[in-house]
Design a protein around this ligand. Structure first.
Ligand code: 2NL
Length: 336
């Protein structure tokens, strides 16, 4: 039996020497030392031996077991780094899966582009709070108490006197209260209206409000700045026109149209055959608004304007549904 064990150990030594990887070594451990392994079977057979032979045979069994175990451990250790080496079928020349890096949301890009154009004209970019008081959102801006825009259907009211701003114009009141004229400021940001969502309305949207106050500012300055903005944003061939309108906080007030970006003014479905599309509202700041901010309307005059970021983005990129901006569908977002 001792001779048989010696043969077995020799056989195991050779097999371990030849074993190429962790899997082969594990198989050998099972073959020799496992529950029904070859060495284990010898151990189990010890009690069938005559009593006199048992101590010597037991010792030989243990020595065989220890030696094979040690050889397996040593070999496993010597494989070292090669255990974590790539499999033979690994092709390092295959292209990777690629990363999808994050990028700016199209609304943010457009808002930035608008502010960038006005920065180029010398305007400062200022931000203010989304939660406003009734005073800054309405009263200071010359809204009569019964004005329909104050109706609960349009405004999200919070506790007490607070509300979610319905435009970013209140930021301008805060600027006029805190600094001295002259002013030239654009205020970008999120605004809220309690309206049903459809292809052209959303209860959260974005606005860029702008104003300029100095001595001797007149409507010609307003037209010049907004025409230059339109040509910068939509392209040099774009024309503008100003139609009379009404806002409580400007007098006179106007809507700004641009020649239709889709048909170059020829008339199409987008401009409803008129050749023009409305992009913003504007006007000369109402004397009451200046007086509310402790500015003498006899000394200071100013123009102001406000545009919807979604609206101009939709014209610029031919997007027909405002909800696309808010659905976070990568098929839409990855186009920008
Ligand atoms: C619109 C119209 C407008 C203004 C915003 C403004 C700012 C000051 C004083 C008075 Cl400091 N007005 N901003 C003026 C006219 C129109 O926005 O339809 N926006 C989407």
């Amino acid at each position: 039996m001792v001779n048989q064990l010696q043969d077995l150990v020799r056989e195991a030594e050779q097999a371990i020497e030849k074993a190429a990887g962790a899997k082969a070594l594990e198989d050998l451990r099972i073959k020799y030392l496992g529950k029904s392994g070859l060495v284990t079977e010898f151990l189990k057979g010890l009690n069938r031996l005559p009593e006199g032979e048992r101590p010597q045979a037991g010792k030989a069994c243990n020595e065989a077991k220890n030696r094979i175990g040690r050889l397996l451990d040593q070999k496993m250790e010597s494989l070292g780094d090669s255990l974590i080496a790539p499999p033979a079928d690994w092709d390092p020349t295959l292209p990777g899966r690629g990363l999808l890096p994050g990028k700016r949301h199209p609304l943010h890009s457009v808002q930035k582009e608008i502010c960038g154009i006005f920065s180029g004209f010398g305007f400062q970019v200022v931000q203010g709070p989304d939660i406003e008081t009734d005073y800054y959102n309405f009263q200071s801006l010359n809204f009569p108490a019964d004005h329909p825009a104050r109706d609960a259907h349009d405004t999200f009211y919070l506790d007490g006197d607070l509300l979610l701003r319905t435009h970013t114009t209140p930021v301008q009141i805060r600027v006029m209260e805190s600094y001295k004229p002259p002013f030239n400021v654009v205020a970008p940001g999120r605004v809220y209206r309690n309206e049903a969502v459809d292809a052209t309305h959303h209860h959260v949207f974005h606005q860029v409000d702008g104003f300029l106050v100095d001595r001797g500012v007149h409507f010609g300055h307003l037209k010049g700045i907004l025409d230059a903005f339109a040509k910068n944003f939509f392209g040099p061939k774009i024309g503008t026109r100003f139609r009379p309108s009404f806002f409580p906080f400007t007098e006179p007030s106007a809507e700004v149209d641009i020649s239709c970006v889709f048909c170059q003014g020829k008339g199409c479905r987008i401009c409803k055959q008129s050749g023009w599309v409305e992009i913003m509202g504007c006007g000369m700041i109402h004397p009451n608004v200046l007086a509310n901010c402790k500015l003498d309307p006899e000394e200071w005059t100013g123009f102001a304007f406000g545009m919807g970021v979604e609206r101009v983005a939709m014209f610029k990129y031919d997007i027909d549904d405002v909800r696309l901006f808010y659905q976070n569908d990568l098929r839409f977002l990855s186009q920008f």
